[in-house]
Write a protein that binds this ligand. Structure first.
Ligand code: KG4
Ligand code: ZN
Length: 347
C-alpha cells in the first residue's frame, strides 16, 4: 500500500498543508501572512491568531487539490519546532488531533531538518555524505550529513541568521519585509564593489558565522556618509542598489567560502543549500561557479525554499522509510511537546 502523508507547517508566518503519495507531492498549499510587513517584522501574537483563522481552510484545500479523502491518509506529520511557540502549537496540535481522532501514526518534524531535505524533493538521488548549508530567517547552520538523519553540526551563526541580516538591512534602507527578495532584486542593478563590508568570520571558529557585524557596519556606513537616515531628504541620496549589492556580496561570499572549506576538509563532493535565503540569485550563481569545479550543488525548487508543508511531509516520508521506529516510539510521538529553540547537540 502506498504511504499517503498529510503534513502541516505553521512555525512562523506561513500556514501550510500538503499531501504526498510516497515521495510525490500531490498538493502544497501555502498562505502567507503579508500583514506583518506594516510592522517591519513578525508580530508573534498576531501570527498565532492568523494561523488559527487560516488552518481549517488550508487543510481542506490541500486535501481537495490532492484529490484524496481523509481515509486515504496513513501518516500525519507537522513541524514540532523550532519556531514561534504560539504559531507552532496551532499546526502541531491540529495535526496531532487529526492523527489521534483517526488512529493514525504521527511524526513531529524538525523544521531545520525539513529545509535540509527539501533539496531532494522530486530529485531523490542523495549521495551521502554531503555538506548542507541551511540559511533561513531564523537559522544559519553548516552540517555534515553522513546518512539519513545522521548529522554533525559543523558551525552556526553566533548572532543573527543570514536571512535576518537581509531583513534588518532592508529595514535600515527603508525597504519592505521580508528584505531578502527585495535586496536580491535591487542588487542586480547595483555595484557590488561600491563598498567592502566585513565578512561574517568568527575568530578561531572557521565554520561559525556572525552577521550582526555586517549589519552594524551598514548602519555606520550610512550614518557616516549620509547623516540621519530617518530623514526623507537624506534617504533620497542613498545609493540603495549599490549598498544592497555590496552587503549581499559580503553575506554570500561568507556563506559560500565556509561551505566550500567544509566540503574540502571533509572531502565531500555534494553540497545541499536550503532555507529561504537559498532562493537568492547571487548565492545560486556563486555556487554554480563552484559547481564547475567538480562539485554537485543542490538547491530546492523555489516553491520549496521558503516555508512550506511539502518539505515537512517529505521529511516524514524519509524518516518513515529510512529509520526504525518502534511501537513505543510511535505512542510517545503523540505526547512530545513542541519546541521553540533548536537543540544543536541532538540535531
Ligand atoms: O526559510 P524561511 O522561509 O523561514 C524561516 O524558517 O526563517 O526564510 C525566510 C528568510 C527571510 O529572512 C527572507 O528575507 C529570506 O529568507 N529570503 C531571501 C530571499 N528570499 C527569501 N534572502 C535573500 N534572497 C532571497 N531571494
Ligand atoms: Zn524555514
Amino acid at each position: 500500500m502506498d504511504l499517503v502523508t498529510f503534513a502541516i507547517e505553521s512555525s512562523c508566518d506561513e500556514t501550510s498543508a500538503a499531501v504526498l503519495r510516497e515521495n510525490e507531492v500531490l498538493s502544497n498549499i501555502i498562505s502567507s501572512q503579508h500583514f506583518h510587513s506594516e510592522y517591519g517584522g513578525i508580530v508573534p501574537e498576531l501570527a498565532s491568531r492568523a494561523h488559527i483563522n487560516a488552518i481549517d481552510e488550508i487543510v481542506k484545500t490541500a486535501l481537495n487539490d490532492a484529490g484524496i479523502s481523509k481515509n486515504d491518509i496513513n501518516l500525519v506529520s507537522a513541524t514540532a519546532g523550532p519556531g514561534l511557540i504560539g504559531s507552532l502549537l496551532v499546526g502541531y496540535n491540529y495535526a496531532k488531533s487529526f492523527a489521534i481522532s483517526r488512529k493514525l501514526r504521527f511524526l513531529g518534524i524538525n523544521h531545520i531538518e525539513s529545509h535540509l531535505y527539501s533539496c531532494f524533493i522530486g530529485n531523490e538521488k542523495i549521495d551521502f555524505p554531503f555538506i548542507a548549508l541551511i540559511v533561513s530567517g531564523g537559522h544559519t547552520i553548516l552540517v555534515l550529513v553522513k546518512n539519513y538523519f545522521e548529522h554533525k553540526v559543523l558551525g552556526m551563526t553566533q548572532d543573527d541568521a543570514a536571512g535576518e541580516a537581509f531583513d534588518k538591512v532592508a529595514k535600515l534602507l527603508g525597504l519592505g519585509y521580508p528584505g531578502g527578495p527585495i535586496i536580491d532584486t535591487l542588487a542586480k542593478e547595483g555595484d557590488e564593489d561600491f563598498h567592502k563590508f566585513p565578512s561574517a568570520n568568527v575568530k578561531e571558529s572557521v565554520y561559525d558565522f556572525s552577521f550582526s557585524g555586517i549589519k552594524t557596519s551598514v548602519l555606520y556606513f550610512l550614518r557616516n556618509n549620509y547623516g540621519d537616515i530617518k530623514d526623507e531628504n537624506v534617504r533620497r541620496k542613498i545609493p540603495v542598489n549599490d549598498i544592497a549589492a555590496s552587503f549581499q556580496k559580503a553575506v554570500i561570499n561568507s556563506l559560500v567560502d565556509k561551505t566550500m572549506l567544509a566540503a574540502s576538509y571533509y572531502n565531500v563532493k555534494t553540497i545541499a543549500v536550503s532555507g529561504g535565503v537559498s532562493a537568492n540569485s547571487r548565492l545560486k550563481a556563486e555556487f554554480k561557479h563552484n559547481d564547475v569545479k567538480g562539485f554537485e550543488v543542490y538547491f530546492p525548487e523555489l516553491k520549496y525554499s521558503t516555508d512550506n508543508a511539502a518539505m515537512i511531509g517529505y521529511t516524514a516520508y524519509l524518516k518513515y522509510k529510512h529509520t526504525r521506529i518502534s511501537k513505543e516510539e510511535w505512542e510517545k510521538n503523540l505526547f512530545k511537546p513542541a519546541f521553540a529553540r533548536i537543540d544543536y547537540q541532538n540535531f
